[in-house]
Design a protein around this ligand. Structure first.
Ligand code: NAD
Length: 484
């Protein structure tokens, strides 16, 4: 043990009241699924957490029917103020059960407890509070007089921010007067199922939110169900493309939030200490499983060596290990499949000629782990500069002038986010204006707020989540409309 070694400080799991197995949450109650049940495991120990029901096509149909009934009989008949009351109630219950939700999220996803406790769960509550406030003010959202809801929303979410993505989807949908069927990712269903208990506690009318578990075929059955009016998807560009094709011409309103390969641009006049923290937060937050991660560092050539040296020193202090330990900075990779993908792309980076550096870490015997890694001497044509690795791997490129920085930043099929580090406000504005990215952070990175819209350009998808813009995705507007 080194001089400044921390003692272990694990968060207790005693607060969890886990069931051995979880059913599907349909029409306000847990039911058996008719597909083959699967197991959700902890990626840090590979130990089984619980058995999870698998929704068959018939189960998906039952969930959509429940949502349709609830839409017609209750939810669309409530006033905005009454819908808002349920959303406020859900937000407060999330706060009350915050610790339990954070522990469940870290256990099932592998993310450090300090992130689930201080970022994910508080943002979940904030999202419900924020949209609760909009529920009775839709007439003032600038989206036309008396904007109408769409009907039933089908929502499919990924594993990187399981509960936060659920909140991003459910809160605006309900505020706008829609009912929901949502499918969490197959490797991270746990927090959504605890959230189902919260909906029961909040006495949300049965069928307003239905939570069905399963893998890609369940997701496909849901988004292709003929009686849904709206599809919202967050995940890979590949699956997003499939959904765009299969819903085209169906009259379903569609929003897609897909991958990214964000540029984090550091100019030579940037406050270097802050920039180092921002680079670390940009790519090593949540093990780099972040669609808007700053995975391409563009650093001005004359400060390249200083930035890379300081970055290596900083990364050497990060603590990798038990996600439930309060001192952990880097948790587990969410699944073996994702770990294989990160390893494969990193090996390709090396074979294509980039220089690989990995922080020295003790890797636990069990579970899925990948130590923070930096590639220098990366060329724009390298696969590690073009493809989303979705792991704790940073590709460093250089530039000489602002024009070159902009050209390199925009040289990607994606366009979700970007970061700019400089001392000059005018440079921030001038550069941000030219970046083709949905979100541009200045002298910070990976900051989220429910009032701020989020979404992409190009292969990062379309539509916005968050803010007033996020309501538009769940309301009728000219040219769009409900199927019935
Ligand atoms: P994925 O797109 O396969 O899965 C996301 C969700 O879609 C899951 O709930 C999954 O069950 C569901 N799904 C899968 N196939 C479907 C289909 N045909 N129809 C409807 N739903 C379907 O993503 P993944 O396998 O979890 O990750 C693969 C890659 O995607 C990652 O390496 C990463 O690059 C990217 N990714 C991006 C985000 C993001 O937030 N933008 C999140 C997760 C993964």
């Amino acid at each position: 043990m080194g001089f400044l070694e921390y003692a272990p400080s694990p968060e207790s799991t005693a607060i969890l009241h886990l069931k051995k197995s979880y059913g599907l949450f349909i029409d306000g109650e847990f039911r058996k699924g008719h597909g083959k049940a699967f197991v959700t495991i902890s990626p840090s120990t590979e130990e089984r957490i619980a058995d999870i029901a698998n929704a068959s096509e018939a189960d998906v149909d039952a969930a959509v029917k429940a949502a349709r009934r609830a839409y017609e009989r209750t939810w669309s008949k409530l006033s905005g103020a009454d819908r808002g009351k349920y959303l406020f109630r859900i937000a407060r219950l999330v706060q009350e059960r915050a610790r339990e939700l954070a522990v469940a999220e870290s256990l099932d996803n592998g993310k450090p407890i300090k992130e689930s406790r201080d970022v994910d769960v508080p943002l979940v509550a904030a999202w419900f509070f924020y949209y609760a406030g909009w529920a009775d003010k839709l007439d003032y959202a600038g989206l036309g007089p008396a904007p109408a809801s769409l009907g039933v929303a089908a929502q499919v979410i990924p594993w990187n921010f399981p509960l936060l993505m659920l909140a991003w989807k459910i809160a605006p949908a309900l505020a706008a007067g829609n009912t929901v069927v949502i499918k969490p990712a197959e490797t991270t269903p746990l927090s959504a199922l605890i959230f189902a208990e919260i909906l029961q506690q909040a006495e949300l009318p049965p069928g307003v939110v239905n939570i069905i578990t399963g893998a890609g075929d369940t997701g496909s059955a849901l988004v292709n169900h003929p009686d849904v009016n709206k599809v919202a998807f967050t995940g890979s560009t590949e699956v997003g493309r499939l959904i765009a094709k299969s819903t085209a011409g169906s009259g379903k309103k569609l929003t897609l939030e897909l991958g990214g390969k964000a540029a984090n641009i550091v100019f030579d006049d940037a406050p270097i200490e802050e920039a180092i923290e921002g680079i670390v937060n940009g790519i090593f937050f949540n093990q780099g499983h972040v669609c808007c991660a700053g995975s391409r560092l563009l650093v001005q050539e004359n400060v390249h060596d200083e930035v890379v040296d300081r970055l290596k020193t900083r990364l050497s202090t990060l603590r990798l290990g038990d996600p439930l330990d309060k001192n952990t900075d880097i948790g587990a990779i969410n699944s073996r499949a994702q770990l294989d993908r990160i390893r494969e792309l990193s090996d390709i980076g090396e074979s294509e000629g980039a220089d690989r550096w990995t922080a020295e870490c003790v890797i636990p015997d069990k579970g899925f782990w990948f130590a923070p890694t930096i590639f220098t001497n990366v060329e724009a044509s390298h696969r590690i500069a073009r493809e989303e690795i979705f792991g704790p791997v940073l590709s460093v490129l250089t530039f000489r002038t602002p024009a070159e920085a902009v050209a390199k930043a925009n040289n990607t099929p994606y366009g979700l986010s970007a970061g700019i580090w400089t001392d000059k406000g005018s440079k921030i504005l001038a550069v941000a204006d030219q970046l083709r990215a949905g979100v541009v952070w200045a002298n910070t990175f990976n900051r989220f707020d429910p009032s701020s819209p989020f979404g992409g350009y190009k292969e990062s998808g379309y539509g916005r989540e968050g803010g007033r813009h996020g309501l538009a995705a769940y309301l009728q507007s000219s040219g769009w409309g409900a199927k019935r």
